[in-house]
Design a protein around this ligand. Sequence first.
Ligand code: V1S
Ligand code: CA
Ligand code: ZN
Length: 393
Amino acid sequence: NNCIERPQGYNVSFHYNSKVEQHHFGKTHPMKPWRLQLTKQLVLGYGLEYAMDMYQTRPATKQEIAIFHDRGYLDFLELVTPNNVDEYRDEQNKYNFGIEFYDCPVFDGMWDYISLYSGATMDAARKVCSGQSNIAINWSGGLHHAKKSSASGFCYVNDIVLAIQYMMQYYSRILYIDIDVHHGDGVEQAFHSTNRVMTLSYHKYAPNEFFPGTGGLDETGPKDTYNEGAHHSLNVPLKDGIDDHEYKELFKVVTGHVIEAYKPQAIVIQCGADSLGGDRLGRFNLNITAHGYCVEFVKATHLPLLIIGGGGYTPRNVARTWTHETALCVGAQLHDDLPWHIPYRRAFSGERNGDGKLYPDLSTVSLKQNQNTAEELHTIVKNVHWEMRYVHS
Ligand code: V1S
Ligand code: CA
Ligand code: ZN
């Protein structure tokens, strides 16, 4: 740990409340808040806390969450429990719990969980806006599917929208980037009609086959060109099995074009780790370093940066990735051998679990063939570039 030093000239902050990791969505549910504990332990195991400001965050208040969400919806989220859920039949349907009950279950302490992850993201956003942090990190946030008055895809409250709305008081143009394997539909929808937020999501796209089914290449905002939001939603729809080289190249060129044209004053990046090879729900073949490349790339812009988590359903790899990305932020290089003294070391040991290494080869874990053709990727680049004609800083 002696080699972990504070970066010179800039501040990185880590925002966390360990109560968040104690929640359970249910035995068979793929979302495991426990992965956050695993991540924190790796971060501490490598001594990265010596290089950052560590904040224990408070839960967001209902008032703070109501800046974006519907009051009635929040009343429901606050009051419903597994014991009284049957008394809320109408609300369940109204707020999308009926249809998506298995995706968004009512579980014990659900409101605590919601206010904890939202509170940590808001805390991180405040540190960025005050200039106290150049980079602020909250791995428990990034729940990009939640809508104003409905839950969707494991997301109840959209902490990203709350953070961006807060940041809009300080910055006139904010770029939101989403590298979760799923389309960042909730964030896109929330800022549909404004040119002050540009949303850019990279995801697996297959309508009727892969959740949530939106985010096609032609989905670029309102089609009415007088609407300020026109051309300010960007999507990079991909197929199964994209590899490190293709993804990095695509991310560099597309994000590069967008930054050059839009000239954002701050960046928010959602780092869902379900885009890694071998993820339980994902379809890509990325290694940890390719995922991390996206963080390196946005860090290199030297713009105020908010980094949040998101999906990620193979907990050991989620922890590896987010630890690697925390290290990138502070400019530390980590040893490929995981520290010996961490709790749950067994979760990372053995051939199936990555042999005690930080950077196991994940491209070989997934059996997904790369279905993306060079031509398709070229079309994406061309389209985004073309779309930038309408974008002015
Ligand atoms: N893919 C997938 C998937 N798996 C599940 C699931 C599995 C077991 C359970 F006990 C509960 C749920 N749900 C889904 C997806 C939602 C994916 C959400 C990703 C979230 C994120 O990573 O982007 C951000 C945190 N839901 C569906 O595919 C919808 C259904 C269409 C099929 C599954 N059933 C349960 C609901 C309807
Ligand atoms: Ca995405
Ligand atoms: Zn996801």
